[in-house]
Design a protein around this ligand. Structure first.
Ligand code: GN1
Ligand code: MG
Length: 378
Protein backbone atom coordinates (compact mmCIF):
# COMPACT_ATOMS: atom_id res chain seq x y z
CA UNK A 1 0.00 0.00 0.00
CA UNK A 2 1.43 3.32 -1.13
CA UNK A 3 -0.49 5.16 1.55
CA UNK A 4 1.64 3.37 4.13
CA UNK A 5 4.76 5.10 2.78
CA UNK A 6 3.37 8.58 3.29
CA UNK A 7 0.78 8.45 6.06
CA UNK A 8 3.23 9.56 8.75
CA UNK A 9 4.25 12.58 6.67
CA UNK A 10 1.22 14.21 5.08
CA UNK A 11 -0.14 15.82 8.21
CA UNK A 12 3.09 17.73 8.65
CA UNK A 13 2.48 19.92 5.60
CA UNK A 14 0.00 22.77 5.16
CA UNK A 15 -2.08 21.05 2.50
CA UNK A 16 -5.51 22.47 1.77
CA UNK A 17 -8.56 20.24 2.29
CA UNK A 18 -8.68 16.56 3.13
CA UNK A 19 -6.57 13.71 1.80
CA UNK A 20 -8.17 11.66 -0.99
CA UNK A 21 -5.58 9.56 -2.83
CA UNK A 22 -1.95 8.96 -3.70
CA UNK A 23 -0.14 7.77 -6.81
CA UNK A 24 3.60 7.16 -7.23
CA UNK A 25 5.36 8.92 -10.10
CA UNK A 26 8.12 6.71 -11.38
CA UNK A 27 10.06 8.74 -13.91
CA UNK A 28 12.79 9.97 -11.51
CA UNK A 29 15.81 7.79 -10.80
CA UNK A 30 16.79 9.24 -7.43
CA UNK A 31 14.07 10.70 -5.18
CA UNK A 32 10.74 9.01 -4.41
CA UNK A 33 7.86 11.07 -5.79
CA UNK A 34 4.16 10.91 -4.94
CA UNK A 35 1.19 12.73 -6.43
CA UNK A 36 -1.39 13.53 -3.76
CA UNK A 37 -4.99 14.54 -4.34
CA UNK A 38 -6.88 16.53 -1.73
CA UNK A 39 -10.57 17.47 -1.67
CA UNK A 40 -11.24 21.11 -0.89
CA UNK A 41 -14.36 22.24 1.02
CA UNK A 42 -15.84 23.77 -2.15
CA UNK A 43 -15.77 20.37 -3.83
CA UNK A 44 -12.77 21.10 -6.08
CA UNK A 45 -9.48 19.20 -5.89
CA UNK A 46 -5.96 20.29 -5.02
CA UNK A 47 -2.98 18.27 -6.17
CA UNK A 48 0.45 18.20 -4.62
CA UNK A 49 3.81 16.58 -5.25
CA UNK A 50 5.36 14.99 -2.17
CA UNK A 51 8.99 13.89 -2.38
CA UNK A 52 11.33 11.94 -0.17
CA UNK A 53 14.85 13.17 -0.80
CA UNK A 54 17.40 10.47 -1.48
CA UNK A 55 20.25 11.14 0.93
CA UNK A 56 22.63 8.72 -0.78
CA UNK A 57 22.70 11.25 -3.65
CA UNK A 58 21.98 14.43 -1.69
CA UNK A 59 23.97 14.38 1.52
CA UNK A 60 22.66 17.68 2.84
CA UNK A 61 18.93 18.22 2.17
CA UNK A 62 18.80 21.39 4.29
CA UNK A 63 21.44 23.13 2.18
CA UNK A 64 19.73 21.76 -0.91
CA UNK A 65 16.40 23.36 0.02
CA UNK A 66 18.17 26.65 0.72
CA UNK A 67 19.59 26.56 -2.81
CA UNK A 68 16.19 25.78 -4.28
CA UNK A 69 14.59 28.69 -2.42
CA UNK A 70 17.34 31.10 -3.51
CA UNK A 71 16.86 30.08 -7.13
CA UNK A 72 13.09 30.47 -6.88
CA UNK A 73 13.45 33.91 -5.27
CA UNK A 74 15.88 35.03 -7.93
CA UNK A 75 13.67 33.97 -10.82
CA UNK A 76 10.59 35.42 -9.16
CA UNK A 77 12.33 38.79 -8.78
CA UNK A 78 13.60 38.71 -12.38
CA UNK A 79 10.14 37.93 -13.73
CA UNK A 80 8.55 40.60 -11.55
CA UNK A 81 10.95 43.22 -12.93
CA UNK A 82 9.92 42.17 -16.44
CA UNK A 83 6.26 42.36 -15.34
CA UNK A 84 5.73 38.68 -16.15
CA UNK A 85 3.27 36.58 -14.19
CA UNK A 86 4.92 33.82 -12.20
CA UNK A 87 1.66 31.89 -11.84
CA UNK A 88 2.34 28.22 -12.78
CA UNK A 89 5.80 29.29 -14.01
CA UNK A 90 7.74 28.60 -10.84
CA UNK A 91 7.69 25.76 -8.32
CA UNK A 92 5.75 26.65 -5.20
CA UNK A 93 6.65 24.74 -2.07
CA UNK A 94 4.25 24.02 0.78
CA UNK A 95 5.48 25.01 4.25
CA UNK A 96 5.75 22.51 7.04
CA UNK A 97 3.08 22.57 9.73
CA UNK A 98 3.93 22.59 13.44
CA UNK A 99 7.36 22.84 15.06
CA UNK A 100 10.24 22.82 12.60
CA UNK A 101 12.21 19.58 12.36
CA UNK A 102 14.95 21.05 10.16
CA UNK A 103 16.53 24.44 9.47
CA UNK A 104 14.24 24.86 6.48
CA UNK A 105 10.54 25.74 6.83
CA UNK A 106 10.00 23.69 3.65
CA UNK A 107 11.56 20.46 4.82
CA UNK A 108 10.16 17.85 7.20
CA UNK A 109 12.39 15.24 8.85
CA UNK A 110 10.51 12.15 10.01
CA UNK A 111 11.30 9.83 12.94
CA UNK A 112 13.39 7.61 10.68
CA UNK A 113 15.53 10.58 9.69
CA UNK A 114 14.10 10.77 6.15
CA UNK A 115 13.64 14.21 4.56
CA UNK A 116 10.42 15.22 2.81
CA UNK A 117 9.16 18.26 0.90
CA UNK A 118 6.02 19.13 -1.01
CA UNK A 119 5.02 21.48 -3.80
CA UNK A 120 1.94 22.41 -5.77
CA UNK A 121 1.33 20.17 -8.77
CA UNK A 122 1.10 22.29 -11.92
CA UNK A 123 -2.28 21.54 -13.46
CA UNK A 124 -3.06 21.27 -17.14
CA UNK A 125 0.59 20.76 -18.04
CA UNK A 126 2.71 17.77 -19.06
CA UNK A 127 6.22 16.59 -18.26
CA UNK A 128 6.83 14.50 -21.37
CA UNK A 129 9.01 11.42 -21.28
CA UNK A 130 9.26 11.40 -25.04
CA UNK A 131 8.30 13.84 -27.76
CA UNK A 132 8.00 13.27 -31.48
CA UNK A 133 6.60 16.68 -32.42
CA UNK A 134 9.54 19.01 -33.18
CA UNK A 135 7.49 22.09 -32.25
CA UNK A 136 7.09 20.79 -28.70
CA UNK A 137 10.79 20.06 -28.45
CA UNK A 138 11.49 23.61 -29.66
CA UNK A 139 9.44 24.76 -26.66
CA UNK A 140 11.44 22.52 -24.34
CA UNK A 141 14.59 24.18 -25.69
CA UNK A 142 13.09 27.60 -25.16
CA UNK A 143 12.07 26.67 -21.62
CA UNK A 144 15.53 25.47 -20.60
CA UNK A 145 17.12 28.39 -22.47
CA UNK A 146 14.93 30.85 -20.62
CA UNK A 147 15.87 29.21 -17.32
CA UNK A 148 19.54 29.64 -18.22
CA UNK A 149 18.88 33.27 -19.07
CA UNK A 150 17.15 33.89 -15.73
CA UNK A 151 20.13 32.42 -13.90
CA UNK A 152 22.70 34.39 -15.88
CA UNK A 153 23.06 37.05 -13.17
CA UNK A 154 22.67 34.70 -10.22
CA UNK A 155 25.58 35.00 -7.76
CA UNK A 156 27.15 31.54 -7.89
CA UNK A 157 28.92 31.93 -4.55
CA UNK A 158 25.54 31.86 -2.75
CA UNK A 159 24.93 28.27 -3.80
CA UNK A 160 26.13 25.11 -2.13
CA UNK A 161 27.30 22.34 -4.44
CA UNK A 162 24.53 19.85 -3.62
CA UNK A 163 26.54 17.07 -5.27
CA UNK A 164 30.20 18.07 -5.48
CA UNK A 165 31.86 17.49 -8.87
CA UNK A 166 28.51 16.44 -10.33
CA UNK A 167 29.59 16.98 -13.95
CA UNK A 168 33.32 16.80 -13.39
CA UNK A 169 33.66 14.10 -16.02
CA UNK A 170 37.38 13.82 -15.45
CA UNK A 171 36.85 12.90 -11.80
CA UNK A 172 33.97 10.64 -12.75
CA UNK A 173 36.37 8.73 -14.98
CA UNK A 174 38.78 8.22 -12.08
CA UNK A 175 35.89 7.06 -9.87
CA UNK A 176 34.90 4.64 -12.59
CA UNK A 177 38.45 3.27 -12.74
CA UNK A 178 38.44 2.89 -8.95
CA UNK A 179 35.15 0.96 -9.09
CA UNK A 180 36.53 -1.32 -11.78
CA UNK A 181 39.59 -1.97 -9.64
CA UNK A 182 37.51 -2.65 -6.51
CA UNK A 183 35.06 -4.92 -8.36
CA UNK A 184 32.92 -5.06 -5.21
CA UNK A 185 30.26 -7.44 -6.46
CA UNK A 186 32.29 -9.42 -9.00
CA UNK A 187 30.72 -8.03 -12.18
CA UNK A 188 33.82 -6.67 -13.88
CA UNK A 189 35.06 -9.80 -15.66
CA UNK A 190 32.11 -9.72 -18.05
CA UNK A 191 32.45 -6.05 -18.94
CA UNK A 192 35.69 -5.88 -20.92
CA UNK A 193 34.17 -4.28 -24.00
CA UNK A 194 32.19 -1.72 -22.03
CA UNK A 195 35.21 -0.75 -19.97
CA UNK A 196 37.36 -0.28 -23.09
CA UNK A 197 34.66 1.95 -24.54
CA UNK A 198 35.25 4.55 -21.81
CA UNK A 199 39.03 4.29 -21.84
CA UNK A 200 38.86 5.04 -25.59
CA UNK A 201 36.93 8.23 -24.86
CA UNK A 202 38.86 9.48 -21.87
CA UNK A 203 40.22 12.60 -23.59
CA UNK A 204 36.92 13.55 -25.19
CA UNK A 205 35.20 13.29 -21.82
CA UNK A 206 37.61 15.79 -20.26
CA UNK A 207 37.04 18.45 -22.91
CA UNK A 208 34.58 20.66 -21.04
CA UNK A 209 36.36 20.52 -17.70
CA UNK A 210 39.63 21.37 -19.49
CA UNK A 211 38.06 24.26 -21.41
CA UNK A 212 36.62 25.70 -18.20
CA UNK A 213 40.00 25.35 -16.50
CA UNK A 214 41.72 27.13 -19.38
CA UNK A 215 39.15 29.93 -19.27
CA UNK A 216 37.76 29.09 -22.71
CA UNK A 217 34.28 28.42 -21.35
CA UNK A 218 32.67 30.44 -18.56
CA UNK A 219 31.43 28.79 -15.40
CA UNK A 220 27.74 29.64 -14.99
CA UNK A 221 24.90 28.70 -12.70
CA UNK A 222 23.12 25.89 -14.51
CA UNK A 223 20.34 23.37 -13.93
CA UNK A 224 22.48 20.27 -14.56
CA UNK A 225 19.62 17.79 -14.96
CA UNK A 226 17.70 18.93 -18.04
CA UNK A 227 15.83 15.80 -19.01
CA UNK A 228 12.77 16.53 -21.10
CA UNK A 229 10.50 15.61 -18.19
CA UNK A 230 12.02 18.40 -16.12
CA UNK A 231 10.25 21.08 -18.14
CA UNK A 232 6.47 21.32 -17.90
CA UNK A 233 4.62 22.19 -21.10
CA UNK A 234 1.17 23.80 -20.98
CA UNK A 235 -1.50 21.45 -22.38
CA UNK A 236 -3.53 24.29 -23.86
CA UNK A 237 -0.97 26.73 -25.24
CA UNK A 238 1.73 24.06 -25.86
CA UNK A 239 4.26 26.55 -24.50
CA UNK A 240 7.00 25.75 -21.99
CA UNK A 241 5.73 26.75 -18.57
CA UNK A 242 8.03 25.82 -15.77
CA UNK A 243 11.40 24.15 -15.22
CA UNK A 244 11.24 21.71 -12.33
CA UNK A 245 13.66 19.58 -10.27
CA UNK A 246 15.97 22.32 -9.04
CA UNK A 247 18.06 20.02 -6.84
CA UNK A 248 21.20 20.21 -8.93
CA UNK A 249 21.21 23.93 -9.73
CA UNK A 250 24.90 24.65 -9.19
CA UNK A 251 27.86 26.21 -10.94
CA UNK A 252 28.35 24.40 -14.24
CA UNK A 253 28.48 24.90 -17.98
CA UNK A 254 25.66 25.77 -20.37
CA UNK A 255 26.96 22.84 -22.42
CA UNK A 256 25.80 20.43 -19.73
CA UNK A 257 22.21 21.66 -19.81
CA UNK A 258 22.01 21.76 -23.57
CA UNK A 259 23.84 18.43 -23.86
CA UNK A 260 21.71 16.51 -21.39
CA UNK A 261 18.49 17.77 -22.94
CA UNK A 262 19.55 16.64 -26.42
CA UNK A 263 20.84 13.33 -25.05
CA UNK A 264 17.50 12.47 -23.58
CA UNK A 265 15.04 14.22 -25.85
CA UNK A 266 16.50 13.81 -29.33
CA UNK A 267 16.92 10.05 -28.95
CA UNK A 268 14.45 7.86 -30.80
CA UNK A 269 14.26 5.45 -27.85
CA UNK A 270 13.94 5.41 -24.09
CA UNK A 271 17.00 5.96 -21.93
CA UNK A 272 16.96 2.27 -20.94
CA UNK A 273 15.92 0.73 -24.27
CA UNK A 274 17.24 -2.85 -24.36
CA UNK A 275 16.86 -3.22 -28.15
CA UNK A 276 19.86 -1.24 -29.37
CA UNK A 277 18.63 -1.26 -32.96
CA UNK A 278 15.89 1.17 -31.93
CA UNK A 279 18.32 3.81 -30.73
CA UNK A 280 19.14 6.69 -33.06
CA UNK A 281 19.22 10.48 -33.12
CA UNK A 282 16.29 12.39 -34.56
CA UNK A 283 18.01 15.31 -36.28
CA UNK A 284 14.77 17.30 -36.67
CA UNK A 285 14.35 17.19 -32.92
CA UNK A 286 18.00 18.14 -32.48
CA UNK A 287 17.60 21.18 -34.73
CA UNK A 288 14.37 22.40 -33.18
CA UNK A 289 15.63 22.14 -29.59
CA UNK A 290 18.82 23.94 -30.60
CA UNK A 291 16.85 26.79 -32.18
CA UNK A 292 14.63 27.10 -29.12
CA UNK A 293 17.55 27.04 -26.68
CA UNK A 294 19.63 29.57 -28.62
CA UNK A 295 16.66 31.88 -29.21
CA UNK A 296 16.53 32.48 -25.45
CA UNK A 297 20.24 32.46 -24.66
CA UNK A 298 21.79 34.31 -27.58
CA UNK A 299 22.38 37.43 -25.50
CA UNK A 300 23.88 35.42 -22.67
CA UNK A 301 26.10 32.73 -24.19
CA UNK A 302 29.41 33.54 -25.85
CA UNK A 303 29.99 32.65 -29.50
CA UNK A 304 32.47 29.95 -28.39
CA UNK A 305 29.87 28.41 -26.13
CA UNK A 306 27.25 28.16 -28.85
CA UNK A 307 29.80 26.62 -31.21
CA UNK A 308 30.76 24.10 -28.51
CA UNK A 309 27.19 23.01 -27.71
CA UNK A 310 27.44 19.71 -29.65
CA UNK A 311 30.48 18.80 -27.54
CA UNK A 312 28.16 19.03 -24.52
CA UNK A 313 25.97 16.33 -26.05
CA UNK A 314 28.86 13.90 -26.44
CA UNK A 315 30.38 14.59 -23.03
CA UNK A 316 27.13 14.30 -21.09
CA UNK A 317 26.01 11.15 -22.91
CA UNK A 318 29.38 9.54 -22.27
CA UNK A 319 29.35 10.68 -18.66
CA UNK A 320 25.92 9.24 -17.96
CA UNK A 321 26.70 5.97 -19.73
CA UNK A 322 29.77 5.67 -17.51
CA UNK A 323 27.79 6.63 -14.38
CA UNK A 324 25.29 3.84 -15.12
CA UNK A 325 28.07 1.34 -15.67
CA UNK A 326 29.88 2.48 -12.52
CA UNK A 327 26.71 1.95 -10.50
CA UNK A 328 26.25 -1.50 -12.03
CA UNK A 329 29.82 -2.37 -11.04
CA UNK A 330 29.27 -0.97 -7.53
CA UNK A 331 26.16 -3.16 -7.04
CA UNK A 332 23.33 -0.67 -7.88
CA UNK A 333 23.60 1.68 -4.96
CA UNK A 334 22.85 5.07 -6.55
CA UNK A 335 20.19 4.84 -9.28
CA UNK A 336 16.85 3.16 -8.61
CA UNK A 337 16.60 -0.07 -10.58
CA UNK A 338 13.45 -2.01 -11.49
CA UNK A 339 14.91 -5.22 -12.94
CA UNK A 340 18.15 -7.21 -12.85
CA UNK A 341 20.94 -5.58 -14.88
CA UNK A 342 18.90 -2.39 -15.28
CA UNK A 343 21.98 -0.20 -14.90
CA UNK A 344 23.88 -2.29 -17.45
CA UNK A 345 20.98 -2.00 -19.89
CA UNK A 346 20.97 1.77 -19.36
CA UNK A 347 24.73 1.99 -19.85
CA UNK A 348 24.59 0.02 -23.10
CA UNK A 349 21.72 2.12 -24.42
CA UNK A 350 23.60 5.35 -23.68
CA UNK A 351 26.78 3.94 -25.24
CA UNK A 352 24.90 3.18 -28.45
CA UNK A 353 23.33 6.62 -28.36
CA UNK A 354 26.78 8.18 -27.99
CA UNK A 355 27.97 6.29 -31.08
CA UNK A 356 25.04 7.77 -32.97
CA UNK A 357 25.95 11.27 -31.76
CA UNK A 358 29.54 10.65 -32.83
CA UNK A 359 28.35 9.71 -36.32
CA UNK A 360 26.29 12.89 -36.53
CA UNK A 361 28.72 15.18 -34.77
CA UNK A 362 29.92 17.08 -37.86
CA UNK A 363 26.35 17.69 -38.93
CA UNK A 364 25.53 19.00 -35.46
CA UNK A 365 28.52 21.35 -35.52
CA UNK A 366 27.57 22.62 -39.00
CA UNK A 367 24.12 23.41 -37.70
CA UNK A 368 25.32 25.50 -34.75
CA UNK A 369 27.77 27.28 -37.07
CA UNK A 370 24.85 28.16 -39.28
CA UNK A 371 22.89 29.50 -36.33
CA UNK A 372 25.85 31.63 -35.22
CA UNK A 373 26.26 33.00 -38.78
CA UNK A 374 22.55 33.84 -39.00
CA UNK A 375 22.73 35.59 -35.62
CA UNK A 376 25.40 37.94 -36.99
CA UNK A 377 23.22 38.99 -39.91
CA UNK A 378 20.34 40.05 -37.70
C1 GN1 B 1 18.85 11.22 -12.33
O1 GN1 B 1 16.25 11.40 -10.80
P1 GN1 B 1 16.34 12.12 -12.07
O2 GN1 B 1 15.66 11.37 -13.14
O3 GN1 B 1 15.88 13.55 -11.98
C2 GN1 B 1 20.22 11.87 -12.14
C3 GN1 B 1 20.63 12.59 -13.41
C4 GN1 B 1 20.62 11.63 -14.57
C5 GN1 B 1 19.24 10.99 -14.69
C6 GN1 B 1 19.21 9.96 -15.77
C7 GN1 B 1 20.87 13.74 -8.94
O4 GN1 B 1 17.89 12.24 -12.47
O5 GN1 B 1 21.94 13.10 -13.25
O6 GN1 B 1 20.94 12.29 -15.77
O7 GN1 B 1 18.86 10.37 -13.45
N1 GN1 B 1 20.16 12.80 -11.02
C8 GN1 B 1 21.08 12.78 -10.04
O8 GN1 B 1 17.93 9.55 -16.03
O9 GN1 B 1 22.03 12.01 -10.05
MG1 MG C 1 16.48 14.97 -10.93
Amino acid sequence: MLYNNIKHVINHFKFEGTYKSVEELLSGNINSTYLLTYGKPDGSEARYILQRINTVAFKNPEELMKNVQLVINHITATMARARLSTDRHILEFIPVKGPLTTESPLLYKDERGEYWRADIFIDNATAYNQISDPALFYEAGRGFGEFQKYLSDFPADKLTETIPDFHNTKKRFYNFVASVAADKVGRVSELEEEIDFFFDRRKMMSTIVDMIERGELPLRVTHNDTKLNNVMIDNTTKKALCVIDLDTVMPGSALYDYGDAIRYGASTAAEDEPDLSKIDVDMDLFREFTRGFVSETKEVLTREEVLALPMGVKVITCELAMRFLTDYIDGDIYFKVNRPQHNLIRARAQMRLLEKFEEKYDEMVEYVEKIVAEGKEE
